[in-house]
Design a protein around this ligand. Structure first.
Ligand code: X8Z
Ligand code: ZN
Length: 608
C-alpha cells in the first residue's frame, strides 16, 4: 500500500506566484482566482509541514515496535492530531466550500485542489474532534498490535516470511496446518479494535455527509458504492469461467500433491500457498524456468537493486541516495528487540524527493515481484513531484493506477525473454508456454475473486451494512466459500477474526478493490505496450532497456491526480477500463484446462 498523509514545501513555492500556467484561465475571474491561489498556497505549505512530522512519526511507529514502549505511539498520535486539526478544521472546510460555490470562475486545477481539501477534511473533521482523536489513537494501536504480534509454531517464534515459506513448499499436512493456524492467531486480539475502528471510521466521514466509510473511500474514484459493486461484480463474472477451471484443476492437483483420495468441494485453506488463498502460484513448477533457484544465489539487496536497474534501464532516474539510507528494506534481525511492519509499503514522506520503502525482502520470487511493485509506487511519487503538479494533487490518477504500474513491471520482469536477458534463466531455454500461462493465471486470475469478492464484500458489509460483531468470521468464510471456493480447516468460531489477519482490513480500510482494478488496468496497459510499442507478444515481452516504454509509463505517472483517470486511460490505451486484455491474455488456457478437467467434478457455479 502506499502511504502519504502529507504535502511538501519547496514545491509549494512554485504555485505561490500569480500568473503561472496553472493559475490563469481566460474565462475565469482573475481576482477571485488570485485569492483562491493565495489560500491554496498557504494551505499547501501548512499541510506539508504538518504532514512531514506526522509521516516521520508514523514511519517510526511502523519500523520500530517494542511491546510496552509507548514513546513512538504517543509521538505519532500527537503529530496526527496536529495534522487532523488543520486538515479537518471548520475554517478550511468553510473556505473550500465557499470557493467551490464559484467553481465555474476558477481554473480546473484550483477546483481539483479545493475538492481534495474537502475530501481530506472528511476523514478527520474537527467538528467531532473527540471522535477523530479516538480514531487516531485506535489506528496507531491496531497497527502496533498487528505488527508487534509474536507468531509462534510449537511455542517457537517465527517470522511471517517463515510461515509463507512453509505454506509455499511444505508437503507434510500437519506442518502446514500448524503454520496456517499460527498465521491466524493474530486476528483474535485485533477483533475488538476492528469493531471500534469501524464505528469511528463511519462516524468521522458521516459528519461531512457520507453514509459510511466504504462510500467515502469509493467516492475517490468519482463513483457510488453501487457503481463500484457493479464494476467489481462484472470483472469477477468475466473472469469466472477461467477461475472455475482453475479451481477445479487446483482441487485435483492439490489432492494429488498431498495424497488425499477424496477431492473436497471447497479447497481447504491450509492446502494453499498463501495465508489468504489469494495466490496459488506455487502449485505449478515450469520446467526450465525456476526463478526461485536463480534468486537463491543472490542476496536480498540484489533484489531491490535489480528493480532499480530495470526502471533506470527504461529511462527513469536512479533512486535518490536518501531512499537507500532511510528505507527499511530487510527483515529485522532474529535477535532484534523490536518488531516491524512485515507487509510491503511505499512512503512519500514529504510529497517530494524523500521516498522510502518498508519491506522484509528475502531473495525469492515473491519478494522479487513485490520489490518491483513497491518501486512502482516510488517512481510514481518521484514522477509527479514536479512543478506542474500542485502538492495537493501528488497522488495517482486514481488509487488503482498507483497499484497497477509497479505490478505491471513485476509481471514484465518475470516473463521469459526478460529473464533470459538478465541471465536469470539460460538463453534459449525450452519451456512449456501453457505451464507458464497456467502459473501466471494462478497468480493474477486467482486474485480476482479474493479482491473483488471476499475482501471487498466483507469491507462493504462491515462499513455499509454495519455487520454485527458476532458475524465477522462467519461472513468472512461464507464469502471465501462463495468467491474463492475455499474453506477453513475446521469450524472457526467468532473468537477468531480471520479477516483482521489481513493488514489492509486494519490499516488500509475499505480500499482493497484498488488491487482488483489495478490488475485489470495493468493487463490493459501491458497489452498496449506489447502491441504498440514493443511489437511483441504480450506473453513474451522484454521491456528491459526500452526507453519508449519508460516514456509511456512516465507520461501516465507525471500528471498524478491532476489528470482525469478515465480520460487518461482513453488517451493512453484507446479504451475504457475493461478486462478484455486480461481475458485475451489468458484465453489460450481455457481449452487446455477443460481438457485437463475432463471427467472431474466442478463445484463452483457457472456465473457467466
Ligand atoms: O498489499 C499489497 C502491496 C502493498 S503496496 C504489497 N498488495 C496486495 C496484497 O499483498 O494483498 C499487492 C497486491 C495485493
Ligand atoms: Zn502497492
Amino acid at each position: 500500500m502506499k502511504k502519504h498523509l502529507i504535502l511538501i514545501t519547496a514545491s509549494a513555492l512554485l504555485f505561490s506566484c500569480g500568473g503561472d500556467k496553472n493559475h490563469s484561465d481566460e474565462n475565469g475571474n482573475k481576482a477571485l482566482q488570485d485569492s483562491v491561489q493565495t489560500y491554496l498556497d498557504g494551505y499547501n505549505k501548512k499541510y506539508q509541514e504538518l504532514s512531514i512530522i506526522a509521516n516521520e512519526a508514523d514511519w517510526k511507529s511502523n519500523t520500530h515496535i517494542v511491546e510496552g514502549d509507548t514513546v513512538n505511539a504517543t509521538a505519532a498520535n500527537k503529530a496526527k492530531e496536529e495534522y487532523s486539526k488543520f486538515s479537518g478544521s471548520a475554517e478550511n472546510i468553510a473556505t473550500a466550500k465557499r470557493f467551490l460555490e464559484k467553481k465555474d470562475e476558477l481554473t480546473a486545477i484550483q477546483v481539483k485542489q479545493l475538492k481534495s481539501i474537502l475530501y481530506k477534511a472528511a476523514d478527520n473533521p474537527s467538528t467531532i474532534q473527540d471522535v477523530v482523536s479516538e480514531r487516531i489513537k485506535s489506528e496507531t494501536k491496531q497497527t502496533e498490535d498487528m505488527f508487534g504480534f509474536d507468531f509462534k509454531i510449537d511455542g517457537k517464534s517465527v517470522s511471517t516470511n517463515k510461515i509463507d515459506e512453509i505454506l509455499a513448499d511444505e508437503k507434510d499436512m500437519s506442518k502446514r496446518l500448524k503454520a496456517w493456524e499460527s498465521s491466524k492467531e493474530v486476528g483474535k486480539g485485533l477483533k475488538e479494535g476492528l469493531v471500534h475502528l469501524r464505528d469511528l471510521r463511519n462516524k468521522t466521514v458521516q459528519a461531512l455527509g457520507y453514509k459510511n466509510y466504504f462510500e467515502y473511500q469509493v467516492s475517490d474514484y468519482g463513483m457510488t458504492t453501487q457503481e463500484m459493486k457493479e464494476m467489481l461484480e462484472k470483472f469477477n463474472k468475466e473472469l469466472s469461467p477461467l477461475f472455475r477451471e482453475l479451481h477445479t484443476y487446483a482441487r485435483y492437483e492439490f489432492a494429488k500433491r498431498y495424497g488425499v483420495k477424496e477431492v473436497p468441494d471447497l479447497i481447504p485453506a491450509q492446502w494453499l500457498p498463501n495465508r489468504w488463498g489469494q495466490d496459488w502460484t506455487s502449485l505449478v513448477d515450469v520446467k526450465g524456468i525456476n526463478l526461485d533457484s536463480a534468486l537463491k544465489t543472490k542476496d536480498a539487496e540484489w533484489i531491490v537493486k535489480q528493480g532499480e536497474r530495470f526502471y533506470v534501464s527504461i529511462g527513469f532516474p536512479e533512486l535518490p541516495k536518501s531512499f537507500w539510507e532511510k528505507s527499511d528494506l530487510y527483515p529485522a534481525p532474529t535477535d532484534a528487540k523490536y518488531k516491524k511492519n512485515n507487509h510491503a509499503s511505499a512512503w512519500h514522506m514529504n510529497y517530494d524527493q524523500d521516498v522510502r520503502s518498508l519491506m522484509s525482502v528475502e531473495p525469492n520470487s515473491e519478494w522479487y515481484e513485490t520489490s518491483h511493485h513497491e518501486l512502482g509506487h516510488i517512481y510514481y511519487y518521484l514522477s509527479y513531484s514536479n512543478p506542474e503538479v500542485p502538492i495537493l494533487l501528488r497522488e495517482g490518477a486514481n488509487r488503482a493506477y498507483h497499484e497497477a504500474l509497479g505490478s505491471m513491471m513485476g509481471m514484465a520482469a518475470m516473463q521469459k525473454p526478460f529473464m533470459e536477458n538478465l541471465n536469470l534463466i539460460p538463453k534459449n531455454t525450452k519451456s512449456d508456454e501453457m505451464q507458464t500461462l497456467l502459473k501466471e493465471a494462478l497468480n493474477y486470475v486467482v486474485f480476482i475473486p479474493f479482491s473483488t469478492g471476499t475482501m471487498s464484500m466483507f469491507e462493504h458489509d462491515l462499513y455499509a451494512e454495519n455487520l454485527p460483531a458476532d458475524q465477522f468470521n462467519k461472513r468472512w468464510w461464507d464469502l471465501a466459500a462463495k468467491y474463492q471456493g475455499i474453506a477453513p480447516p475446521t469450524n472457526r468460531g467468532e473468537e477468531f477474526c480471520d479477516a483482521a489477519t489481513k493488514t489492509h482490513i486494519n490499516n488500509d480500510a475499505a480500499q482493497y478493490y484498488d488491487y482488483a482494478l489495478s490488475y485489470v488496468l495493468l493487463f490493459q496497459v501491458h497489452d498496449y505496450i506489447s502491441k504498440n510499442i514493443l511489437h511483441q507478444d504480450p506473453h513474451n515481452t522484454n521491456y528491459y532497456g526500452n526507453k519508449e516504454v519508460g516514456k509511456f509509463i512516465g507520461e501516465i505517472m507525471k500528471p498524478g491526480a491532476s489528470a482525469d483517470w478515465r480520460k487518461l486511460l482513453k488517451e493512453k490505451t484507446g479504451s475504457e477500463l475493461s478486462a478484455k486484455a486480461m481475458l485475451d491474455y489468458f484465453a489460450p488456457l481455457m481449452d487446455y484446462l477443460k481438457k485437463q478437467n475432463k471427467g472431474r467434478k466442478y463445484t463452483l457455479p457457472e456465473l457467466n
